[in-house]
Design a binder for this molecule. Structure first.
Ligand code: ATP
Ligand code: MG
Length: 308
């Protein structure tokens, strides 16, 4: 089990982490969900011993990870937020380089590289220089690099940001395969859909603190919001949507063609909302009611929205 006690870290006046504690069980996929600047990378970098906290400690199976670099290198794999590859080398050569750093050599290394390149859908392009790759392909090599030495825990810091949908789906599939094999993983994201799809447990992080954690079902249960009412319009007028938002204050999220009302009494709220829409001459195209999602839970806990 990975265990972190009261991790804190400041950069001059910026408090990046303020006392984060968490536990991740063997085989668990733990997600840190939070917006830009929440402290996700700082947390991952401390958990994986890349940087030192100002206070607090990280343990793996009861063993402290501080000042134990060799042990950390052996058991941890990290997919950093910033891609680190040699552009003039091929995927294969980059992975040979990383493998040797981990002390793997010869046929064993080549076999492992081939296996990972196949798993990540890059085998056919393995001899091409990295500079000819798309962002998503580079990200997949970064993932392969973190898996070369068969680590026990893998940290992935927003591995799907800024990449094409095809690479994104492939990365999801790979993560699901690794999870099924029992690898312990810590995954950061600011996309609620990813946290909902992939993670066994989710920590909601903002301003260096974990506001709440649990399975999706537990987070939903603990939320005072139970449901989300979504209305889509065929003639959305911005001013009219904004008028509606003012009437419902914080609980209403307005997008371009739709609005989402967080509710714990949809039987009462829905008729009122429809009346409001009719009075504003908004034409309703579609109505749906679903379980509360992580975006609304995040808003409820932090008073902020996950995305800008
Ligand atoms: N090396 C650094 N020097 C100064 N400030 C830093 C440094 N690293 C992080 N910070 C600050 O600490 C806070 C947390 O940053 P962190 O990178 O951990 O957030 P994040 O959740 O990973 O954000 P993002 O989604 O943008 O990657 C931010 O306010 C950031 O500006
Ligand atoms: Mg980050």
């Amino acid at each position: 089990m990975l265990k972190a006690n009261e991790l804190s870290k400041s950069y001059k006046e910026v408090k990046a982490l303020s006392g984060i504690s968490l536990k991740v069980k063997k085989g668990e996929l733990y997600g840190l969900l939070g917006p830009n600047g929440a402290g996700k990378s700082t947390c991952i970098n401390i958990l994986s011993s890349l940087i030192k906290p100002d206070s607090g400690e990280v343990f793996y199976d009861g063993k402290s990870l501080s000042d134990n670099r060799k042990y950390c290198r052996q058991i941890l794999g990290v997919v950093p937020q910033e891609i680190a590859l040699y552009e003039d080398l091929s995927a294969f050569e980059n992975l040979m380089f990383w493998g040797k750093l981990y002390g793997i050599k010869g046929k064993a290394l080549e076999t492992k590289i081939d296996e990972l390149l196949k798993m990540l859908g890059l085998f056919d392009r393995r001899k091409h220089k990295v500079k000819t790759y798309s962002g998503g392909m580079k990200r997949r090599i970064n993932i392969a690099a973190a898996l070369l030495h068969d680590p026990e825990i893998v940290f992935m810091d927003e591995p799907t940001v800024g990449i094409d949908p095809q690479s994104r789906n492939l990365i999801f599939e790979v993560i699901e395969q690794l999870h099924a094999k029992g690898l312990t993983m810590i995954y950061t994201t600011h996309y609620m859909e990813e946290a909902e799809r992939l993670c066994d447990r989710i920590g909601i992080i903002d301003e260096g603190k974990i506001f709440r954690e649990g399975t999706l079902a537990e987070l939903r249960k603990a939320s005072s919001i139970k449901e989300e009412i979504k209305l889509k319009f065929s003639n959305p007028e911005k001013n009219e949507l904004i008028d509606l938002k003012e009437k419902h204050e914080q609980n209403l999220i307005v997008n371009e063609h739709q609005l989402v009302l967080s509710s714990n009494q949809s039987d009462v709220d829905l008729p009122l909302l429809i009346q409001g829409c009719l009075a504003s001459h908004l034409k309703i195209e579609n109505i749906s009611i679903s379980n509360v999602n992580l975006e609304s839970i995040f808003l409820e806990l932090t008073g902020k929205s996950l995305r800008d």
